[in-house]
Ligand binder design. Structure first.
Ligand SMILES: C[S@@+](CC[C@H](N)C(=O)[O-])C[C@H]1O[C@@H](n2cnc3c(N)ncnc32)[C@H](O)[C@@H]1O
Length: 247
């Protein structure tokens, strides 16, 4: 009860600070704290902001890259315009939208991908967490081919089943891959940020992350489902249950 009160109080404090600083969301402070610690963005960079609504990260990204930089944001929901950024409405996993994003980026490669993407929350934790990891895998597959050599990538993750598998698949594509929990999100459930630095395109495997991730999850659950018309082999094992006393 006390924990809950402290969490709500801290969240309110970040919200108030965001309002008084002119940011649209308290999430702006998460990116600021990620940047303070990991120095991902520099002046003049080109940035792809995935899941940008309502625009808090976009505002911070525009400040960080300055007039000579470029920020392109994409979200399912339309944002109120942010000065200095190009914002696209659509689904990042849709090939047509991906093409539109590439057209707007208009540079050969981008310097940094910042992704705060999270799916619509159904309230069923296992499903939300699994959908969120699949989305993150899709974002990697779209953005890795356009991320420059030495570029950086930060994405939100929800801790839980499959996180280790996803991290292991991403690791070969970067020099360092670390989890980071900014102060501004320490009170929000199991959210954590994966900070991937120094893209190494030549070292990374050339298969896509999403199918490899699905495969890894199948293996984790003991392999793919057996085919329906295949009869299970007879087992010579007998299960002997331990007697338990009833009182
Ligand atoms: C936590 S919010 C992002 C907050 C934002 N970084 C900010 O600071 O204002 C997550 C966003 O991911 C977006 N999203 C979820 N699935 C998406 C998809 N397939 N394509 C694009 N955006 C998506 C949601 O619409 C939502 O606005």
């Amino acid at each position: 009860m006390v924990d809950r009160w402290v969490q709500d109080h801290q969240r309110d404090a970040w919200r108030k600070q965001a309002k008084s600083s002119g940011y649209r969301a308290r999430s702006a402070f998460k990116l600021k704290q990620i940047q303070d610690r990991h120095k991902l963005v520099k002046s003049g960079d080109s940035i792809l902001d995935v899941g940008c609504h309502p625009g808090g990260w976009t505002q911070v990204a525009v400040e960080l890259v300055g007039d000579s930089g470029k920020v392109v944001g994409i979200d399912l929901q339309p944002c109120i315009p942010v000065d200095g950024a190009d914002l696209i409405v659509g689904d990042i996993t849709d090939p047509l939208i991906q093409e539109a994003v590439l057209n707007v980026i208009d540079t050969e490669v981008i310097d940094v991908v910042i992704s705060d993407i999270s799916p619509n929350i159904t309230g069923k934790w296992d499903i939300d967490q699994a959908v969120s990891l699949m989305l993150v895998a899709d974002v990697f597959d779209f953005a890795l081919p356009i991320l420059k050599y030495g570029g950086h990538f930060v994405t939100k993750l929800f801790q839980g089943a499959g996180v280790e598998e996803l991290i292991e698949l991403v690791r070969p594509h970067f020099q360092t891959v670390k989890r980071f929990s900014p102060m501004a999100s320490r009170n929000s459930s199991s959210e954590v940020y994966l900070v991937c630095k120094f893209h190494t395109p030549k070292r990374g495997p050339d298969w896509e992350i999403r199918p490899a991730f699905e495969h890894a999850l199948e293996n984790r659950q003991g392999g793919p489902e057996p085919l329906e018309d295949v009869k299970p082999a007879k087992s010579s094992f007998t299960i002997i249950r331990k007697e338990t006393s009833k009182d």
